[in-house]
Design a binder for this molecule. Structure first.
Ligand code: NDP
Length: 459
């Protein structure tokens, strides 16, 4: 089960983009078996050679970035300009981790009676489960460090967006990855994902998706003591003080929520504004939201596309029945397509449902605050802790607030969250572990400690 056909749609038109065989538990088991068999050889490949294959893979992705960007833009409905930037990041991620096989060094530790040394060993077969919002980007954050560290991989993309993952599998083979090192299973999470979590031959699960499914994965992984990395939901705060460059903060705020149509775990969907600057900020925000270009994902001028599915549109719309008034509503095309206009609710109370739950769509909540202390309290009034921003011209205040907010990634006078070289991950119920940067390698290796006695016999 399930077998049959997987029908992949284009969210901007609701047309069928591709039909492909739908994997089930049997295909998942077969992929794990192939990965297990390939592991012994792959871990033994000399580091410079493993590095060379990953460099070739990065080259191949860079060569095919336009084709991959078009496919991702059509399948997710994301603006082509964003998809192009994402493919640059995918190639850069493989390039960054291509250097890792030759840099996975251990330590020597001073002890009595001999030499003590540590090695960074691969885990074995790792199961990677990724969502539909940034399909190939998030896959690359997991696949690249996993392969660099000598693991073999079974990658399960979301059923809604499996196409670029399947391309990656093909590109990997062409670039010289041995058969069985990178395997993709395109099937439902409740079957293929669950099987990976339960499978005794899978050493680790790295998952990105909802906090709810993440909880189930953490519980399921416990049965076989699997290592787990979880990148889960967010409800990040964009904290704007009255002394900030308000025009810049307001101009940047819409895409910090409405980028990828709000389907972004880093979305700064709670905009906290110092009350004394609220009117000025809202005026500038309205202008910025109304000038957003919402439409055809393949138009290079487009800034926001459709949502991923009808179900997602319905889920997002349910937040408009909430307590908070709609203050700004941007434009969106008429159907077909899963469209939802960029929407700002104001004023929102921190206790409102729209301020507490991850909406995962283009709805921003503006929450006024009185002072620094209240700003921090509201920012931390959430089960999540993934990302966020602080806008102020007062450097000391920016750093005080940055230290006080319980979140994994923060930016000051900017709304960026991810860079290939820096750690990314959440506090609280936003997850466990870190991706990207050198930290990701820790997540795909075990530390082995070896002691070698050097004392002369009888000494
Ligand atoms: P899910 O968390 O359900 O899906 C993420 C991935 O997990 C997909 O590949 C999915 O497979 C798989 N999966 C689903 N169920 C299981 C399971 N029991 N065991 C193992 N793997 C599983 O997110 P959805 O796509 O359903 O989105 C629902 C909501 O989750 C969104 O509205 C949003 O709020 C949140 N979300 C958050 C993300 C984030 O980055 N923070 C990303 C995606 C969603 P498949 O889809 O093929 O069934």
């Amino acid at each position: 089960m399930p077998g049959g056909t997987l029908t992949v749609l284009e969210p901007a038109t609701e047309r069928v983009l591709r039909e492909l065989p739908r994997a089930g538990a049997e295909e998942t088991d077969a992929a794990v078996a192939r990965a297990k068999e390939a592991f012994a050889a792959w871990r033994g490949v000399a580091p410079p050679e493993r590095a060379a294959v990953l460099h070739r893979l990065a080259d191949a992705i860079a060569e095919r970035r336009e084709e991959l960007a078009q496919l991702e833009a059509r399948n997710v409905g994301k603006p082509i300009a964003e998809a192009r930037a994402e493919m640059e990041m995918v190639a850069a991620t493989f390039r960054y981790y291509a250097a890792a096989p030759e840099r996975l060094v251990g330590r020597t530790i001073p002890v009595a009676g001999g030499v003590d040394m540590t090695f960074r060993e691969p885990l074995g077969v790792v199961g990677l489960i990724v969502p539909w919002n940034f399909p190939l980007t998030i896959a690359s954050w997991k696949v690249a460090p996993a392969l660099a560290a000598g693991n073999t991989v079974v990658l399960k993309p979301a059923e809604l967006t499996p196409l670029t993952a399947l391309e990656l599998e093909r590109i990997g083979l062409e670039a010289g990855l041995p058969e069985g090192v990178l395997n993709v299973v395109a099937g439902p999470g409740s079957v293929c994902g669950r099987r990976l979590v339960e499978h005794p031959d899978v050493a680790k699960i790295a998952f990105t998706g909802s906090t709810e499914v993440g909880r189930g994965i953490a519980a399921g992984a416990a049965a076989t003591i699997k290592r787990v990395t979880l990148e889960l939901g967010g409800k990040s705060a964009n904290v704007i003080f009255a002394d900030a460059d308000l025009e810049r903060a307001a101009a940047a705020a819409p895409l910090a929520v409405f980028g990828n149509a709000g389907q972004d775990c880093c979305a700064r969907s709670r905009i906290l504004v110092e009350r004394s600057a609220l009117d000025r900020f809202m005026e500038a925000l309205e202008e910025a939201v109304e000038s957003l270009r919402v439409g055809d994902p393949l138009d290079p001028e487009t800034q926001m596309g459709p949502l991923i599915s009808r179900e997602q549109v319905e889920k997002v719309a349910s937040y408009l029945d909430d307590e908070a008034p709609v203050a700004i509503r941007g434009a969106a095309p008429e159907g077909p397509g899963f469209w939802f206009p960029p929407t700002v609710l104001c004023p929102v109370d921190s206790a409102d449902r729209s301020a507490r739950e991850e909406i995962f769509g283009p709805i921003a909540c503006v929450i006024p605050f009185a002072d620094e202390r209240e700003a921090v309290a509201i920012a931390n009034d959430t089960i999540y802790g993934l990302s966020g921003s602080i806008w102020t011209r007062d450097g000391a205040k920016a750093l005080r607030v940055a230290r006080a907010i319980e979140t994994g990634v923060l930016s000051i006078n900017s709304n960026t969250s991810v860079r290939v070289q820096t750690p990314f991950g959440g506090f609280k119920q936003s997850g466990v572990g870190r991706e990207l940067g050198p930290d990701a390698l820790d997540a795909y290796t075990e530390v082995k400690n070896v002691f070698y006695a050097t004392e002369e016999p009888g000494a």
